[in-house]
Structures are given as structure tokens and as C-alpha cells.
Design a protein around this ligand. Structure first.
Ligand code: CTP
Ligand code: MG
Length: 256
């Protein structure tokens, strides 16, 4: 496979505890489609996307209805207890079906339905531009400076406070510099072998990374921060749902 192709891994095995809806949030319908369909769509329409592996909860009763709506058949694997375990299950599956360790994987949350084609393209272009053709090239210099992939991210724009508990309330006595601080979004893009090994290591060490990039950082590998869009919201709470309703309704009206 040429290096300008990638596989998608979509962790979708969460229950959406913080949102508190009886249907897992990735299956809520907004603007005519479930959130997971919205999240998959720009990848499945992208010719650079080889195919997708979706990690699902074992008792998932909603996926069958989504599967029948997709433009292509995708791979399905059982997810795990943590998001990390769901991603790892999908990466192990890619290895099992013979995908080479050098190939690129984009990991994208099923709960981020507004990711755009432009963001996906920007991430891929940025990573492919800095990446040597194959592992083992010394073009990038010493170990401590390795860049092994990239993630979509947004520079912080608000003033950042540290909250501390005082008399049962949260109070601020400290303002942090937001210089150099970014919010990590998805997709996050790394080579299959390096990412699988990094996540396997976290499982062995009994620590849970909050994203793929953190697992890679623990291996000494950096990731490019590629500017994403503020609309690439992860649905966590009810107000996120209100925001994405606006974005997706607008998209649904756009000519395709
Ligand atoms: N996810 C997963 N496997 C898990 C936990 C989460 O595949 N064991 C997926 C979710 O389905 C979601 C993405 O990882 O698409 C991001 O996780 P998050 O927003 O935390 O979703 P939930 O875990 O479902 O939500 P909550 O933490 O509120 O329960
Ligand atoms: Mg969660």
C-alpha cells in the first residue's frame, strides 16, 4: 500500500456516562443521522482511507441499524473497558488481517461527529510531509526529537485558571500562561506498529493514557500539532449536543 493511504480506527464502545442518556451518545440521532454515522462519513468518502475498524461494546444493540446505512462494509471488533483497550483491540485486528506495521492509522472518537474532510486532509498532509518513507530512517536526528505522527489540536484561547477547593467551593488564586497550550482533538495519526506497541506498553505498565499521543510521548515520540476547527467538538455533555446540532443541521443543508 502506498504511504498516502491510511486506516481508520473508531473507538465506539463507550456508554456516555457523563451525558447520561439511556442510548450511548454515539447512537443519538442529529440532523437525520446517528453521531457515529456522521463521524464515519468523511473517512468512508475519502479515497485515501483504506477501510475502518470500529470497536463496539459487546452488548451493542444499535450498531446493526447503522451498519446497514454505511457506504462501505467496515471491520468490527469488541471494545474494552477503557478507550485505550478499544483502540488496542482495533489495532490488533489490523495486525491480524495482515496490515503492515509501517502503515498509517487515524484514530477518531465516534463521539466527534463534526470532523471535516479539510481537517483530515490537513492532518495527513502535515504528517506525510515530515515523515520519512519508512521506519529506521535517521533523517529526523536523535531519539529525543523523534516526531512519529500528528494530531488535530486547537490552541487555547480562554484565560486559564487553576481551581482549588476552598470552604466546599472551587476558587481561583492562580492564572496559568496559555502560551504553548493546545487542546488535543481527534483524529490522531501514527504508524500501526509504533502505536500498537506504545498502547501495549501502557497496558503492561498498568497506566492509562488519555489519548494516543500521550502513549507515544511515553515512548519518547512527539506528534505534530495540526490546527483543527473549533467545530470538531467531542460530545460529552448536554451543551455539546446543542452545539453539534447547529453544526450538523448546517452541514445537512449544504449541497454535497
Ligand atoms: N470509548 C471506547 N471504549 C471505552 C470508552 C470509550 O471505545 N471503553 C470511546 C467512546 O465510545 C467515544 C470515545 O471513546 O467515542 C471517547 O470517549 P468518551 O468521550 O469518554 O466517551 P464515553 O466513555 O462513552 O463517555 P463517558 O466518559 O462520559 O462515559
Ligand atoms: Mg469515557
Amino acid at each position: 500500500m502506498a504511504s498516502n493511504r491510511y486506516w481508520l480506527v473508531l473507538p465506539a464502545a463507550g456508554v456516555g456516562k457523563r451525558l447520561g442518556s439511556s442510548t450511548p451518545k454515539q447512537y443519538l440521532r442529529v440532523a437525520g443521522h446517528s453521531l457515529i454515522e456522521w463521524a464515519l462519513r468523511p473517512f468512508l468518502e475519502d479515497r485515501a482511507c483504506e477501510n475502518a475498524v470500529v470497536a463496539l461494546a459487546t452488548a451493542d444493540a444499535n450498531w446493526a441499524g447503522v451498519r446497514s446505512q454505511l457506504s462501505r462494509a467496515v471491520y468490527e471488533v469488541p471494545g474494552g473497558a477503557e478507550r485505550r483497550d478499544s483502540v488496542l483491540a482495533a489495532l490488533r485486528h489490523l495486525k491480524e488481517i495482515g496490515v503492515a506495521d509501517e502503515e498509517w492509522v487515524l484514530v477518531h472518537d465516534a463521539a466527534r461527529p463534526c470532523v471535516s474532510r479539510a481537517e483530515i486532509t490537513a492532518l495527513c498532509q502535515a504528517v506525510w510531509q515530515v515523515s520519512p518513507e519508512s521506519h529506521g530512517s535517521d533523517r529526523q536526528g536523535p531519539e529525543s526529537q523523534r516526531i512519529e505522527g500528528g494530531i488535530l489540536a486547537l490552541p487555547l484561547t480562554d484565560t486559564v485558571k487553576r481551581g482549588a477547593l476552598e470552604h466546599g467551593q472551587v476558587a481561583s488564586r492562580d492564572t496559568l500562561s496559555r502560551e504553548g497550550l493546545w487542546r488535543a482533538l481527534t483524529p490522531q495519526m501514527f504508524r500501526l506498529g509504533a502505536l500498537r506497541e506504545a498502547l501495549e506498553a501502557t497496558a503492561r505498565e498498568g497506566r492509562v493514557p488519555t489519548d494516543e499521543a500521550q502513549a507515544m510521548e511515553w515512548q519518547g515520540a512527539g506528534a505534530l500539532l495540526v490546527a483543527g476547527e473549533a467545530t470538531n467538538i467531542k460530545v460529552t455533555t448536554q451543551s455539546d449536543l446543542t452545539l453539534i446540532e447547529g453544526v450538523l443541521s448546517h452541514r445537512a443543508r449544504e449541497p454535497r
